[in-house]
Design a protein around this ligand. Structure first.
Ligand SMILES: [Fe+2]
Length: 227
């Protein structure tokens, strides 16, 4: 599945002169392997500086797109440590001389450990880290130019499992219903797997139609998610 969108235009800075700098983030989505994983290439089209989110089993598809469009990959962004998301990360990092980014608590090799609120420069833009534990303790979402890469925290129409060894349903309540639910409705959601009726969505659409994102108290959510 390939989805290449027109850029979202984000006005990031106003100089003292009042002149606005317009920054555009482009995204390519590719499906990889036999577990319906998605991998992504995102880049600032004003500088062609890019990043790959979750190389999964094979980054070749996004790497060839980057080479074709002369995009320099600066970061390999890992949403969490599960093998189906990270397997090709070190090879990609080596080929592109890019740095592997993961939460500080993650057991994976990380060249740039990040925390909630960390910001990574990408050309004239930024990638913001939102720590979203729940599926795993090291789960992070990455937000750039109104585009949110959610890994296994949020899928289209579903959320990630919270019955694994380092899952925490209570943390998932905060991640899903407090942190992600408070993002602007127009934020585009790019999930870690192709599990939904569409390959990507928006926060607004997920608030309307995803039964796991329905507004609930913490007690209601814990009862629902663990039943
Ligand atoms: Fe996972």
């Amino acid at each position: 599945m390939l989805s290449k969108h027109m850029a979202v235009i984000t006005v990031l800075y106003f100089y003292r002169t009042g002149v606005a700098l317009i920054v555009m983030i482009d995204v390519i989505q590719r499906k990889v392997g036999k577990m319906q994983n998605f991998t992504y290439l995102l880049w600032d089209s004003s500088t062609n500086e890019g990043a790959v989110v979750d190389p999964s089993f094979d980054a070749s598809a996004v790497l060839s797109e980057a080479l074709k469009d002369n995009i320099r990959i600066r970061y390999v962004l890992l949403t969490h440590h599960h093998f189906d998301h990270v397997q090709d990360a070190e090879r990609l990092s080596s080929i592109t001389s890019s740095r592997i980014v993961a939460h500080s608590s993650s057991p994976v090799r990380k060249d740039m450990p990040v925390e909630d609120g960390s910001r990574l420069e990408l050309g004239n833009s930024f990638i913001e880290v939102i720590h979203t534990p729940g599926h795993t303790a090291d789960s992070c979402c990455y937000l750039a130019g109104g585009r949110l890469f959610t890994g296994d925290t949020l899928f289209v129409g579903e959320c990630g499992r919270v019955d694994l060894e380092d899952s925490d349903p209570e943390s998932m309540f905060t991640s899903l219903l407090v942190r992600l639910r408070s993002l602007p409705d127009g934020t585009v959601v790019y999930p870690g797997h192709d599990y939904g009726k569409t390959p990507f969505s928006t926060i607004g659409e997920e608030k309307r139609s995803n039964y796991t994102m329905k507004e609930r108290t913490k007690e209601e959510f814990l009862s629902f998610i663990t039943s």
